[in-house]
Design a protein around this ligand. Structure first.
Ligand SMILES: [Cu+2]
Length: 189
């Protein structure tokens, strides 16, 4: 009885396998005619991915941002989506911690991703008095001053120079913070 069941299950399995291979073989043989279909399929996939991103909470493009920091090495966001059509965007950085700026200061600095390491190193040399930023370096696209617990600061920056789809990163240039306190800065049309 058990053996019969097993044989029947095997037969069903091989029957399905046969059809699977037959269909796979057929579509493999008609490479040229199936190419446009394959392209359409991948286009649809890309569209679906984009739609998904569009609806993700963190990816909603904006012209104004409230960023929260505290007595820890983290921004409350790890990515930003801005609209180039904003013209000007505003960044409001709020430190909800208790520690002073020389202990647990934070700022918000924007550069191309490829410039982060050098800009962060130069920032350490610049020192707290200069907000850990070498202001003469024009690779720095925008920055706020360093703030300590209970403080708040705002800046606005133009989107004119920002390239849609460019590879930008925001980070904190306080010594040792840039490794964890950073995020992707995305520019949409
Ligand atoms: Cu910091």
């Amino acid at each position: 009885m058990n053996t019969n069941k097993y044989l029947r299950a095997s037969a069903t399995y091989f029957f399905h396998l046969f059809w699977f291979l037959a269909i796979a073989g057929l579509s493999g043989c008609s490479d040229e005619s199936s190419t446009p279909i394959a392209n359409n399929a991948s286009d649809t996939q890309i569209e679906l991915t984009e739609t998904k991103q569009e609806h993700s909470q963190s990816s909603i493009a904006s012209c104004s941002f409230d960023i929260i920091v505290g007595d820890y090495l983290k921004f409350n966001i790890n990515e930003m989506w801005v609209k180039k059509s904003c013209g000007t965007i505003s960044i409001n950085l709020k430190h909800e911690g208790k520690l002073a700026a020389n202990m647990m200061g934070h700022n918000w600095v924007l550069t191309k991703t490829s410039d982060v390491t050098e800009i962060a190193a130069d920032g350490i040399s610049a020192g707290l008095a200069n907000d850990y930023v070498n202001a003469k370096d024009n690779r720095i696209l925008a920055w706020t001053k360093i703030i300590g617990g209970g403080e708040e600061t705002s800046i606005s920056l133009s989107t004119i120079e920002l390239i849609e789809g460019g590879d930008y990163t925001f980070f904190c240039s306080f010594p040792g913070h840039s490794y964890g306190m950073r995020g992707q800065f995305n520019v949409k049309s």
